[in-house]
Design a protein around this ligand. Sequence first.
Ligand code: MN
Length: 257
Amino acid sequence: MTVLTDLTAALVDGSIEVIDLTTPLSSSTPALRLPPPFSNLIDFSLEQVSAYDEPGPYWKHHNIHTGEHIGTHVDAPVHWISGRDGHDVASIPVARLVGPASVIDVSAESAADPDFLLEVEHVEAWKREHGPLAAGTWLLMRTGWETRAGSEETFLNADATGPHTPGVSAACAQWLAEQTPIAGLGVETVGIDAGSAGGMDPAFPAHYFLLGNDKYGLTSLRNLGALPPVGATIVVSPLPIVGGTGSPARVLALVEK
Ligand code: MN
C-alpha cells in the first residue's frame, strides 16, 4: 500500500497539513431559529455528572444535550420529506464521507449582498477554471460567513423580513443534485439553504433536491480559506446515530503544502 505509506509519511513530515473545518461546539454555538409555529431543536449543552468529586472521585464526565442539527453538522437524506425513504445518518455509506473537496469562493459576492445566491453559471465558470467536479466531491461554498460565527445575531443576520444569508438558487440546487456527481454541499452558514429559501419554489431547495437525491449537507464550516479550489481531501465524521436525521460532525481536510 504505497499510497497510504506515502500519505502517512507526508502527514508526519508536515507536507500534508490537517485543517480543522469544524466550529467548536458549546452552548453558545449559533443555531437555526425557526419562526412560529415551527419547533426548534435544543442547543448543545454539557451537564456535569461528576468532576473528581463524590459522584465520581477519580473522574470527570458529562451528559451531552443537543439537537442533531447544531453547529457543524451533517444533514442526512431522511432529514427532508423528499429523502424520507433514504439513508439515515448512520447508514450513509462511509466511502462518501471521505473525498475530494472543491471550494468555490463567493465571499466577495456574499459580502456585497448577504442574500447572494450561487447559480449554475457560477459553478460552470468555476469548472472552466478548475476542471470538472470529480465523483464524490464535496462542493464547499466559501462565503466568509465564518467571520460572523462569534455572534448568533450577525451569523443569522435576520430582520423583520427574515434571515439574510447566502446560499444556492433553486435551479442551482436542482442541477447540483441531479446533474453533478457531488457527494454533498458544504457551507459556512447555519444551514445548507439560503436565508431567503423559505420563499423559494420549492421551499428550501437545497434540502429538497440534495437530500432527495442521496446527497448530503454540511454546515457551519470554517477555515475554507486554507483550502485550495481543488486538491484537498475532506473527511466528514458524523456520529452514527441510528435513525438520526443528522449529527454534529468533526470535519477535517488534508491539504498538500
Ligand atoms: Mn441540518
